[in-house]
Every structure is written in C-alpha cells, then in structure tokens.
Design a binder for this molecule. Structure first.
Ligand code: NAD
Length: 537
C-alpha cells in the first residue's frame, strides 16, 4: 500500500524510544533545502510526513500537479539532448564522483533513511553499499554496453553491420518507500548512464532520501533538469508520468504493476516492473543447521521484512525440522528491536500505519485459524507506534491470508517436507517468482535445487544479498513478481533503443548485370551450403 496519503500528524507521538529523536544532521534547513528540489509551484499544496520511530512530523513537502509533471518533462526533453551528446567518459566521471560523495556523506543518508523509513542503521548501510556498487559498475561498464558494436553482416565481407544503442529519451522512474535510496538512485543511475533524462516519483514518505541522492548527483556534475523529482499520489500524477514517458521503470505492488503494464501497452512503450513476492527458503537435510538458522534471520527480518526479496515461507526437511526451528526461534528471540541512530539495533520499525495494519491482520487471521506462534506475534507500541516483533509461525494452512499473500513484514511461516521434490513443489506453488534461498551442505546440490525453483534469483547458503550484490547478473521477478530486470546488461540495455545500421558494399541481393535469376539462385544456394559446411554460425 503506497504511503502517498498525508500521514496523520495528529497521531500522538509514542513514548520516545532511546536515541530516537532526530539526529543532529537532519536540520530543518537540510529538510527545507531538499524539499525545495521537488518540481512544484511556489504555492503548491503541502504534504506532511511522519517519522515512523515516533509518529512525529518529519517533512513538509510540496505536492506536484500534473502540470508540474508536464513542465518537468518539457525541461527534461531539452536537457536530454545535450546529455545524450555528452561523452561516455564524462558521464563515467560524474557517476564515479557521485559514488565518492555517497560514501563520504553516508551518515547523512543513513540518518535520512532511518528517519523516513524506520529501518535500522545496518539495513540502511546496505543501501549505501548498493548505490556505490551500482554507480561503479555502470560507470566502468558503460562503454562495454553502449558503444557501437560490429555485428556479422548479411553477406560476409560485403555487409558492414553495426548495432547502435540510443537512449530511450525521458524515463519515468517510480520508486517505493521500503528501500528509498537503492530503489530511487539505483534505477536512475542506469537510465542516466545510458544517456536518458529521468523524471522520478519517489514515494512521498521517503522523498527526502531520494532528493538527497539527486542533490549529490548534481553536485557530482549532472546538468540540471537531466534528473528531476516530483511528489504526489499515483492517482493524481501517475497519468502524466505515464503519458509523457518514453520508458517506465516501476517498483511497487503487483496490483499497481498490472495497471502500469496495461497503460504502457496502450502507449506502446517499454516497462520494467519490479513487483511483489512470497519468497521461499528451502533448508535441505544436509544443511548446517546453525548457519541456516543465522541465514533465516538474515532472510526474514531485514527492514522489518519490508524487503521485496525477503523470505516469508520456510521449508525445512522433516528430519532436521525440530533442531532447525529451535535454533531459529532462539536467535529470533534474541534480536534487539528498537529505534536508534546507531548500529546497536537488529530490527527496526515498520514504515507506515497501513503496513502495521496488514501485518497485524495477517498474523491475527492465521492465529485465529489455527496457526501456532513460535516467536513474536504482536505489535510493540511501547517501542514506538509502528513496531512489530519478528514473528515465526507454524501450522500455517491454505485459507490463512498469509499462506499465499505477501505480508511485507517481519513474519515467516515454517513448513516441513519429506522429499526434495515436495519442497520444490511447495516453494513453486505461488504465482510469484522473485527471490528464493536454498541451504545445503553441498554447493552442487544446493545449486541443482536452486535451478528448479521458479524465481528470478536464487541464493545458495545466503539469503538475498549474494544475488542482489552480483551486479553483473540480472535481478528481477518471474510470474506475478514482474517483467524486466535490473542490474547487469539487462539493467541498462532496457533503457536503450537498439538500432541496426547495415551498409551493403559492392554487391547486394539482386542478381548482378549479366547473371540470370536461375544462375543467381544456384549461386546463393551454393553459398548457403558453404556457410553451413564451414561452421559459420
Ligand atoms: P504500491 O504499488 O502501492 O506503490 C508503490 C509506488 O508506486 C508509490 O509511490 C505509489 O504512489 C506509486 N504508484 C502506484 N500506482 C501508480 C501509478 N499508476 N502511477 C504512478 N505511480 C504509481 O506499492 P507499495 O505497497 O507502496 O510498495 C510495496 C510493494 O512493492 C510490495 O508488494 C513489494 O513487494 C513491492 N516492491 C518490490 C520490489 C522489487 O524490486 N521487486 C522492491 C520494493 C518493493
């Protein structure tokens, strides 16, 4: 559920948790400066966001209108032309400078992410790391992907064929609130590298973090108007963002993704859709139980489970189920939940009231229908208005909402299985297919099982970071989890329009003067046979 609605600033702040007051770096001046970067009229309506840790007001942001979106696109179209003409080496320098700035000023980003999203500092740090990796990767690989490439011609030696990669033009990026830096800057970086301009709508709740990355990119040398941000509800400015886009990069729920796909189809523009999941982890009978239990904690509770690739279903071999569950529950019960702008906390807060409602409803529904709570199972208003305990459930059956629906919270259901075939069948019994995790004492066995799981990424003896961090490889969902991929070649080439330029030299495809069509047909047939016989591909 998007958090574009004005969050109720009347919510009485919860008793301030230790260390949860806004950190010194988030001065009113910084917040005002970032808010001023939103494309909106001076007299725009305002929206006020709340800090998840306390419920207290956080940012007062201008709201963009469809007209503001039109203006942003008009300026972006002008700026894009010179940006596309900027050399790759110049673009690379800007990206690498951005990389350095993000690392140097990471404390500001960590504070912003924690304040807007409620996640722990450790979870926020992963986003900083992600943006550094993405910027370096696309900076250093831009030429490999984007420079003109010679391709085999229609007639060897006589056809000179080149594949060109043109930028799409102006790309719309719609990014959610759960990974406010990764999702906002990561997708923009790839689109910008390819020579596009970007008009972005970050989720309102986490717009400051996105605007911070925009500010740093400008400081790194990106010309004004090449990357702009608007703020508003999808229902208000989504139409203008779609109508003007040359390509749509959307991250959010499957329900919203379907609408975006329909609209993109109507306009005949490409769209990359990174959507929801109901991700499975399979623990094989030869897995190291202690390591797998650590892995399950890392897989299920990052960003309080508000991570598209986090695990919500855990399938454990029956023979080790009890030992695994004991180890997993013990670790989960030791997790430190709370609000603090330091590295001492394991699990942070949910981000918005609707997430808390969903998590509570899913767990209550399951328990009412017979599920057993092995750990957690309740909200923690004593820590702040949106905290929920890391929760492990057993005896979850079809008919309970969370059996098949994504919770997007710190809740996992544990099931057992008798055979590997059964485990794979259960893991694949979902329309989603985003991420999975397989644990085995044998890497080869783990990889073999991984290949049978219907998911865009599968991590062996790791939760999600191994695949996500493999920036050279595609990342994205199968089935209801989306279309298209980020990272690697797919993650940048999708932002380009391929063009084939074929220059025919000396002799074309029509018979030369003096040669009859029959002779010409025989010559062509003979040439084709030679090509096959000599192994030409
Ligand atoms: P959501 O679809 O309700 O909203 C996401 C964002 O899209 C919001 O900012 C919203 O304003 C905007 N939006 C929605 N419809 C739009 C439209 N027609 N035009 C323009 N903007 C529009 O999703 P949410 O509930 O806020 O986010 C959580 C969901 O996102 C979860 O299902 C999660 O799995 C998914 N997600 C997926 C990934 C991934 O990479 N696969 C990453 C993060 C989150």
């Amino acid at each position: 559920m998007a958090t574009d609605a004005i969050l109720p600033t009347t919510t009485p702040p919860a008793p301030a948790a230790h260390g949860s007051v806004l950190p010194a770096s988030l001065t009113p001046a910084l917040i005002e400066r970032l808010a001023a970067r939103v494309v909106a009229a001076p007299d725009a309506a305002r929206v006020v966001t709340s800090a998840p840790y306390t419920g207290a007001p956080l940012a007062d942001l201008p709201v963009s209108t469809p007209g503001d979106v039109e203006d942003a696109f008009a300026r972006a179209r002008v700026a894009q032309k010179s940006w596309a003409a900027t050399s790759l080496s110049r673009r690379k320098k800007i990206l690498l400078r951005f990389h350095d700035l993000v690392l140097a000023r990471q404390d500001e980003a960590l504070d912003l992410m924690q304040a807007e999203n409620g996640k722990t500092r450790r979870d926020a740090l992963l986003e900083v790391v992600d943006i550094a990796i993405t910027s370096r990767y696309y900076a250093r690989n831009a030429a490999r992907y984007l420079e003109p490439k010679r391709r085999r011609g229609a007639i060897p030696l006589l056809t000179h064929t080149t594949e060109l990669r043109h930028p799409k033009g102006v790309v719309t990026v719609v990014s959610p609130w759960n990974y406010p830096l990764s999702m906002a800057a990561g997708d923009a970086v790839a689109a910008l590298t390819a020579g596009n301009a970007v008009v972005q709508k970050p989720d309102t709740q986490t717009a400051l973090t996105a605007l911070w990355s925009l500010e740093l990119m400008r400081e790194a040398g990106l010309p004004a108007d090449v990357w702009q941000m608007v703020v508003g509800r999808g229902s208000s400015i989504g139409g203008a963002l779609m109508d003007n886009a040359d390509y749509m990069m959307f991250t959010g729920s499957t329900a919203s993704g379907r609408k975006i796909a329909r609209d993109a189809g109507e306009r005949l523009i490409g769209a990359s859709l990174e959507l929801g999941g109901k991700n499975a982890m399979i623990v094989l009978d030869d897995a190291d139980i202690e390591k797998a239990a650590d892995g399950a904690v890392a897989a299920c509770f990052p960003s309080a489970g508000q991570l598209c690739v986090s695990i919500e279903r855990l399938y454990v071999a029956e023979s080790i189920r009890d030992r695994f569950v004991a180890a997993f529950v013990a670790r989960t019960e030791q997790l430190k939940i709370g609000a603090a702008y330091d590295y001492g906390i394991d699990v942070g807060s949910l981000t918005n009231p609707s997430q808390l409602r969903t998590v509570t409803a899913h767990v209550d529904d399951a328990v009412a229908k017979g599920a057993t709570v092995l750990a957690g199972g309740k909200a923690r208003p004593d820590l702040g208005p949106l905290f929920y305990e890391p929760t492990i459930l057993a005896d979850v059956t079809p008919g309970m909402t969370l059996h098949e629906h994504e919770t997007f919270g710190p809740v996992v259901s544990v099931y057992s299985y008798r055979s590997v075939d059964e485990a794979i069948e259960q893991a694949n019994a979902t329309p989603y297919g985003l991420n999975a995790s397989v644990w085995s004492g044998s890497g080869a066995r783990g990889r073999a099982v991984a290949a049978r799981v219907h998911a865009g990424t599968v991590n062996v003896n790791e939760a999600f970071a191994a695949a996500w961090g493999s920036i050279d490889a595609p990342m994205g969902g199968m089935g209801d989890s989306g279309l298209g991929r980020r990272h690697g070649a797919d993650g940048i080439l999708k932002y380009t329009e391929p063009q084939t330029v074929a220059h025919q030299r000396v002799q074309g495809f029509t018979p030369p003067a003096g040669i009859s069509p029959e002779t010409w047909a025989a010559l062509l047939t003979g040439a084709l046979k030679v090509l096959k016989a000599t192994g030409v591909r």
